[in-house]
Ligand binder design. Structure first.
Ligand SMILES: [Zn+2]
Ligand SMILES: [Zn+2]
Length: 424
C-alpha cells in the first residue's frame, strides 16, 4: 500500500524513469492494468458528450484516453493477457459482427433457393430452360450490384478529421492545464480561426471532442461505438457494423436501393411458383418449402427497407444527415435545419456527384472533402470565429483579378508600342 502511495505523483503520460528497476516497472504495469480494468465502465453521459449524435448509440466505450490523453503504456505491454476487460472487448467485437453474419446467411440461403431450388430444380425441370436462363441473368446482375454496395458499405472505413483539426502539443497542454472554460474556449477559437468551421454547439461554443482532442469540422460527430470522430457522420449502422458517413453514405444508399431491387425481383419471380405449388399438382417438397419461405422473407425485408430508403431519399433531398434531422446544426445566427441545403438538384449532387453515369455504381463520387461544406447562407454569414469566409474568397478573387488586369494592361501596352513602332 505504501509503495502505491509513493508513486501517486507519477505522471499519467510519463514512462518510468531510467532508474526504475524491472521489479518496480512490473509492479507499475500491474497497477496500470488494474486501473485499465477499472476504467472499463459503461460510458457515462459526460463521456458521450452533449453535442453529438453519439448518445444515439450509448454503448460500451473503451476509454482510450485519461481526461482526453492517450495512455502511452497501452501499446507497450510486453505480453498479451486475457484480462476480463480484454475478454469483454473481444466478446463485444464478436457480437458486433452477428447482425452482418445474419444478413450474410440470409443472402446465401436466398441465392441457393433462387438459383438451385427455383431456377434449376423447378423452372428448368419443367422444360422452361429459356425462362430459367433469363431469370438467372437478371438475378445475377442485381445480386452483383447488391453485394458490391453491401461490401463497400461494410468495409469502407469512416474518415476522420485531418491533422490540422487536432490541437498542437503546446495548445493541448495549455488546454489541459487551464481550469477556466472561457480561456479554454479562447484557445479553441484561436485554433478554429484558421479552420473552415461554421457550426458550433447549441451554447455557441466551438465544437471540441475531448476524447479525440480535436476541433470538430462541420457535420463531424464522435461515434461512441467506433470511438472516433467521423466526417459527416450519419449514424452507426449495426447491420453493416460500420459508421455511415461521408466516405460511404452513397454506398449505403445504393445498398438500400439494391436490397429493394433484389427483394422485388425475388418476390415477383417466386410469386408465380408460390401460387403454382398450392393450386396445381406441381410438387417438390424441398423446393416448395424453400420457395415459400423465400417469398415471405423477401416481402418482409422489402417492407422494412422501403421505409428506411424513403426516409434517406428525403434526407438527401434536404442535404441533412440523420443526426442533423434530430438536431439542427447551429450557425452564427442560430440553429438551421436547412443550413446545408443548396436546393434539391445540388443536394443530390453532393452525395452522388456531378456525373450521372456513376450514380448507380458503388464508386466514390460524392462532392467535397468531408470538411468544407457549402452552406445556404454562406454569402451572408460571418465566420463563427469572427473572420468572414468570403473576405478570404474575395481577397483571392481580387488578387486573381489584379493579375488578370495587369496582364491585360501589359498586353495592351505591347500592342500599343507595336502600333507606335509601325506608325513611326
Ligand atoms: Zn472524437
Ligand atoms: Zn461508428
Amino acid at each position: 500500500m505504501g509503495g502505491g502511495g509513493g508513486r501517486g505523483k507519477r505522471s499519467v503520460r510519463g514512462r518510468a524513469t531510467p532508474s526504475t528497476t524491472a521489479a518496480e516497472e512490473e509492479e507499475e504495469e500491474e497497477e496500470e492494468r488494474k486501473r485499465e480494468e477499472g476504467e472499463g465502465i459503461l460510458a457515462t453521459e459526460e463521456d458521450l458528450g452533449e453535442d453529438d449524435g453519439e448518445e444515439l448509440q450509448a454503448a460500451w466505450v473503451p476509454r482510450l484516453r485519461v481526461r482526453g490523453r492517450t495512455r502511452p503504456r497501452a501499446c507497450q505491454s510486453r505480453q498479451p493477457r486475457m484480462t476480463p476487460w480484454r475478454l469483454l472487448r473481444c466478446c463485444q467485437w464478436t457480437a458486433a459482427w452477428v447482425p452482418v453474419l445474419f444478413i450474410a446467411v440470409v443472402i446465401c440461403w436466398s441465392y441457393y433457393t433462387f438459383v438451385v431450388e427455383l431456377c434449376l430444380f423447378t423452372i428448368a425441370a419443367q422444360e422452361e430452360e429459356g425462362k430459367a436462363a433469363i431469370y438467372l441473368v437478371i438475378f445475377h446482375l442485381s445480386f452483383v450490384l447488391f453485394m458490391w454496395s453491401y461490401w463497400k458499405t461494410i468495409f469502407t472505413p469512416p474518415v476522420c478529421p485531418s491533422k490540422e483539426f487536432f490541437l498542437s502539443q503546446s495548445d493541448e497542454e495549455h488546454y489541459e492545464k487551464e481550469e477556466r472554460p472561457e480561456v479554454q474556449q479562447e484557445i479553441l477559437k484561436r485554433v478554429a480561426k484558421e479552420l473552415p468551421v461554421y457550426t458550433m454547439t447549441s451554447t455557441k461554443l466551438i465544437r471540441y471532442c475531448e476524447k479525440c482532442q480535436l476541433i470538430k469540422p462541420d457535420r463531424c460527430h464522435h461515434c461512441s461505438v467506433c470511438n472516433k470522430c467521423v466526417l459527416k457522420m450519419d449514424h452507426h449502422c449495426p447491420w453493416v457494423n460500420n459508421c455511415v458517413g461521408f466516405s460511404n453514405y452513397k454506398y449505403f444508399l445504393l445498398f438500400l436501393f439494391y436490397s429493394l431491387v433484389y427483394c422485388i425481383l425475388v418476390t415477383t419471380t417466386v410469386l408465380e411458383y408460390f401460387i403454382k405449388f398450392w393450386t396445381t399438382n406441381l410438387r417438390n417438397t424441398r423446393a416448395q418449402f424453400h420457395v415459400l419461405f423465400l417469398f415471405f422473407v423477401a416481402t418482409m425485408f422489402f417492407i422494412s427497407i422501403l421505409s428506411l430508403f424513403c426516409y434517406h431519399l428525403w434526407l438527401v433531398g434536404k442535404n441533412r444527415t440523420t443526426i442533423e434531422a434530430f438536431r439542427a446544426p447551429v450557425f452564427l445566427n442560430g440553429p438551421d435545419k436547412n443550413g446545408f441545403s443548396l436546393g434539391w438538384s445540388k443536394n443530390w449532387r453532393q452525395v452522388f456527384g456531378d456525373e450521372k453515369k456513376y450514380w448507380l455504381f458503388p464508386i466514390f463520387t460524392s462532392l467535397g472533402d468531408g470538411v468544407h461544406f457549402p452552406t445556404r447562407l454562406m454569402m451572408d454569414k460571418e465566420h463563427v470565429t469572427g473572420t468572414n469566409h468570403h473576405e478570404h474568397t474575395r481577397r483571392v478573387y481580387s488578387l486573381a483579378q489584379m493579375v488578370k488586369n495587369g496582364a491585360q494592361e501589359l498586353f495592351q501596352f505591347w500592342i500599343d508600342s507595336k502600333f507606335f513602332c509601325w506608325t513611326t
